[in-house]
Design a protein. Sequence first.
Length: 98
Amino acid sequence: MKYFLSDTSKKKSKKTTPSTKHTVPKADSAKDAAQAQLQQTRINIERRKVAAEESRILAERHSLEAKKRQVEDKIRLVKCKMTEAEKAAFEKLVGRAF
């Protein structure tokens, strides 16, 4: 029984040193900490601005693609009603065949 108690006490007293690989250097003063926090806040604000701009551009792109499809559909409907001479003139005007 004594052996068991002494064995566990050795295990408890054994301490491991923390890895310094992922530690962040601590600020020397409160001023440094406040400046670091301010810098991080600025970075986060800039990230949000960029994300909002990307979202706006993506939404505009989808809107323009939908409008393009609508116009192409209307052109196809009109071309169905055209004669061959009108189709040739239209393709010459547009510069490509539909």
